[in-house]
Design a protein around this ligand. Structure first.
Ligand code: LLP
Length: 417
């Protein structure tokens, strides 16, 4: 079993988050519940900044990974800027006290309303993903009397080995535009009084463990940046996106030191500032999903541990076949059992683990699903009319309920019966 993340450790047989024992949190707040460590989030941001120090990047936390207001405020406090993908995320970062100039906005489907809200907020730049979007951005900027900071998101045609659903950097993917098309769009943008060319952007995918694809993508950004410079359209920022891979099971995380050396050597003597948009790497390891065992059942072929968290609470295993380590919240030293850990929903895809050796759990006991701080709560749903889980933020010896469990009544709020 790989070692647990530092934010979580056993003390006297009980799993603890910082200075708080996890099992009593279940008694106080119920399950399923997400639990995050404030110190772990802060440390992962600071560690990443330190490792990237030689390139002095603007680190824009990718809000989609975990968009809770408290976590956004924490990110702002530690000095992060923000990468958003919707009007909802814009509203969240502004509510968390972010300044518009600290926001970059990606996404292939920005609507007119979303563009107008981001213009009003004075964001740093729109990462424009199509000709149609550029036209709309220019028109809305003109109508509102604003000058829109922008980059074109290029699709660098770089392959990164990751799950196909989260690879984004090849021309079979919907994201960005080719270098050639980008150059034509930049010429139009540079000629527009309503647009301000600020950067070149890309994002090649998520949970990427190798450095090389990032460096290849950077070479493409530099190519475009230099082509623009030679045409008197200078840009300040090269935005390499996010995607820094972490360890869920036995992966070797992205070597950020090696990445930094590669970036620094390429950027030496060039006039660009890097933007990076990490999401997962800042929050995944700082969170777990606490769930209670409801039943343990066997048939002739398999064991099933039925827990009270399912695919509506944590979608990653069902959607990508993702691995999350599962450990008992109280150590008991019983023998191991090979089982599927499954939720209560009516789909075979509703599992948290398959064919997993776990310390044999009994009904009523608590399990912690680890590395769930990123793309956990944010991908939860009400499928099967299940209320969304509660969220707790731990800081030192204090646990704060930062979102109560959704009520059954709230499930139907707004419905016309
Ligand atoms: N920037 C852009 C433009 C993105 O699309 C993403 C993620 C990021 C940054 C942050 O990527 P990260 O550093 O977190 O890898 N739901 C999936 C992950 C989807 C990622 C989508 N885009 C999962 O649970 O693995």
């Amino acid at each position: 079993m790989p070692p647990l993340m530092p934010a979580f450790a056993y003390q006297s047989g009980q799993l603890c988050c910082e200075g708080v024992a996890v099992p009593p949190l279940a008694a106080r707040f119920g399950t399923p519940t997400y639990i995050y460590s404030r110190a772990a989030i802060r440390e992962s941001f600071e560690r990443l900044k330190r490792r990237l120090a030689d390139v002095h990047p603007l680190v824009c936390y990718s809000v989609k990974a975990n968009s809770h207001l408290r976590i956004l405020s924490l990110m702002r406090e530690v000095g992060a800027a923000f990468d958003i993908v919707s009007g909802g995320e814009l509203a969240r970062v502004l509510r968390a006290g972010a300044r518009g100039e600290s926001v970059v906005y990606s996404g292939v489907g920005k609507t007119r309303t979303e563009i107008e809200a981001a213009l009003a907020a004075g964001i740093l730049m729109f990462n424009v993903e199509s000709e149609g979007e550029l036209e709309l951005l220019e028109a809305r900027a003109r109508a509102l009397g604003k000058k829109a900071g922008m980059a074109i998101r290029i699709n660098p045609h770089v392959r990164a080995s990751t799950h196909p659903y989260v690879a984004t950097g090849q021309t079979i993917h919907k994201f960005g535009v080719t270098k050639r098309d980008a150059l034509a769009l930049y010429r139009r943008a540079a000629a527009s009084p309503d647009l301000r060319v600020r950067g070149v952007a890309c994002h090649i995918g998520s949970q990427i463990l190798e450095v090389e694809p990032f460096l290849k993508a950077l070479d493409e950004l530099i190519f475009v940046g230099e082509a623009l410079r030679s045409q008197d359209i200078p840009v300040e920022f090269l935005d390499l996106g996010g995607g820094f891979g972490i360890r869920y099971k036995d992966e070797i995380p992205l070597d950020v030191g090696k990445l930094t050396r590669g970036l620094a050597s390429r950027l030496k003597a060039l006039p660009y500032r890097m933007i990076l948009e990490p999401g997962r790497a800042l929050v995944a390891e700082a969170g777990l999903l606490l769930t209670r065992v409801l039943y343990v059942k066997r048939n002739r072929r398999k064991n099933f541990v039925v827990v009270d968290a399912g695919m509506n609470d944590l979608l990653r295993p069902a959607l990508y076949g993702s691995y999350h380590q599962i450990v008992p919240a109280e150590r008991h030293g019983r023998i191991k059992l090979r089982a599927d850990v499954v939720g209560p929903l009516c789909e075979t895809g509703d599992f948290l683990a398959r064919d997993r050796e776990i310390s044999c759990p009994r009904p009523g006991e608590l399990l912690a699903v680890m590395t769930a701080g990123a793309y956990g709560y944010v991908q939860s749903s009400n499928y099967n009319s299940r209320p969304r889980p509660a969220e707790i933020l731990v800081s030192g010896a204090r646990a704060t309920l930062i979102r109560p469990r959704e009520s059954i009544e709230a499930l139907m709020a707004g419905e016309v019966g």
